[in-house]
Design a protein around this ligand. Sequence first.
Ligand SMILES: *[C@@H]1O[C@H](CO)[C@@H](O)[C@H](O)[C@H]1NC(C)=O
Ligand SMILES: *[C@@H]1O[C@H](CO)[C@@H](O)[C@H](O)[C@H]1NC(C)=O
Ligand SMILES: *[C@@H]1O[C@H](CO)[C@@H](O)[C@H](O)[C@H]1NC(C)=O
Length: 491
Amino acid sequence: MHSLPEMGARPIVGFLACIIFIQLGIYYRTSFHIPGIGGSDSSDSSNEAFMSGGSFGDPVRNRHPTVPLSLKELDILDKLSDTIVQVEALRVFGKDIPHNIHGATIKGQTRERAQQIRDQIQCWTQNGSWVRIDGHALTKPPGIPHLGDSRFSRCDGRFMESLDQEAQAHEGEEGHVHYLGELDAKNDRWVVREATKYKWVPNETICGQLPLSKVRAAPSTVYEPFEAAKFCRVLRQRNLMIVGDVTQYQLHDVLLSAVQKPFVCHGELGCLHRSPHELCATSNLKFSRNDVISVPWAIDPEKEEFPSASTVEQPWATDELLQEYNIVLLNKGLVWRPDEEFLNELVFTIKYLWRYYPKTMFIYRATHPVSNNCTALKEAGEDEAMAGKDGRSTVPGTMLQTPLDQSPERTKDNEDPKMVFRPTLADIQRQNKMAKHIVEAAGGIFLDTEKMFALRPDGRMGDGDCSRFCAPGPLDAYTDLLYNTLKILEA
Ligand SMILES: *[C@@H]1O[C@H](CO)[C@@H](O)[C@H](O)[C@H]1NC(C)=O
Ligand SMILES: *[C@@H]1O[C@H](CO)[C@@H](O)[C@H](O)[C@H]1NC(C)=O
Ligand SMILES: *[C@@H]1O[C@H](CO)[C@@H](O)[C@H](O)[C@H]1NC(C)=O
């Protein structure tokens, strides 16, 4: 697994890494401290979710580095954190891993087979593209009709307003009045927002050639569209708990909408203590908001490390819940954590699941980067635009937006630390990599969806919230991904 030298040299490597780690800690502590930054000035990347707690100026939790790092220095930091994480994973989880995937029912699990499964899932998320599908190619409007929290229908609201205006402007004329969700046969297009017309499609030329496809019968490795009945079958009567930040709360909405089951509770804070949602006849779904995936006693009240106003940490890792929920879907929210703190919390949580609940399947999905210009796209009329046959918007004064072909590059840290919105793209990428290593070392599944969603500056909420997506929208892609992931972990 690792290219670390054999016994004897290993303690030295460990020792060195510890030193580096401590150095890094001191470095953070001394130089990354600006007391009381009030509010985020980088307006477009600000996030309502952070503001909602009222305080952005928590000097301990949100301390911002004062030393801007160049791209080269960020690369060095990446390598350093790779080494530290490898050593840490080895220390905590031992070197026999990743030998089995917790909660999976794969016959004759070997280390090789576990790796092949991970490679297959990784390929689906890395080697695909957002493909536009519209018009007669579809028998119903694209996107999953959204039944959840009405806040996420904000973009549809804007779209429908524009449809109304069009209808008024062309009163009495034929063919100008359209309703949300109908087929506009003349233009061969569905009357829905453009952002809902893109589907994530893995490249089967690449992913269909991987070793696992050769070992396994085709159906288990071919990426199939989500179907409620099939999804329920691969859940195998297990219950699913979704834990994480506000985007994770949206996934809970997306899944329930996809199976078209009634919502028992609303609001990201109110679901934990209510009765669960019925996902399938024999499987329930619960959401718990915990921005940093801490387990309850990871908080030390002595050190006043109490849940601060800017993060929410609901207790989800209780015995009661973990006895009942055998599949846990985790993520870490878009809150800034220094690496050492992030790693500590992550290892603590994952080790807890790994040791005490070895039959629990845990799936960790990558943190999505924010879009740096979603407000500009909204102002250009993204939600109102509709593509004509020539690929241009037919709605006056609006501009079509499309997913990107290339994900945005990381940039060097801004010279003015007050203007640096944390976590930056580099922070997110580095910490996602750290999470992948720890999660896989402990027998979990990592869904590397960072790039998939970095390609979507469109379809976001807007109005100052560039981290969350509107529904229906890009997050619908998780239904396919989760279904195929659970499917490949069977048989
Ligand atoms: C998929 O794409 C990535 C780059 O995005 C590449 O590194 C990798 O080798 C590709 N192939 C597979 C099988 O994942
Ligand atoms: C899939 O990958 C193959 C091989 O790299 C490439 O030739 C092809 O264009 C890709 N297809 C799509 C749809 O990107
Ligand atoms: C938004 O950002 C993306 C990536 O950074 C860029 O490709 C695109 O041109 C930008 N769009 C606008 C309207 O600024």
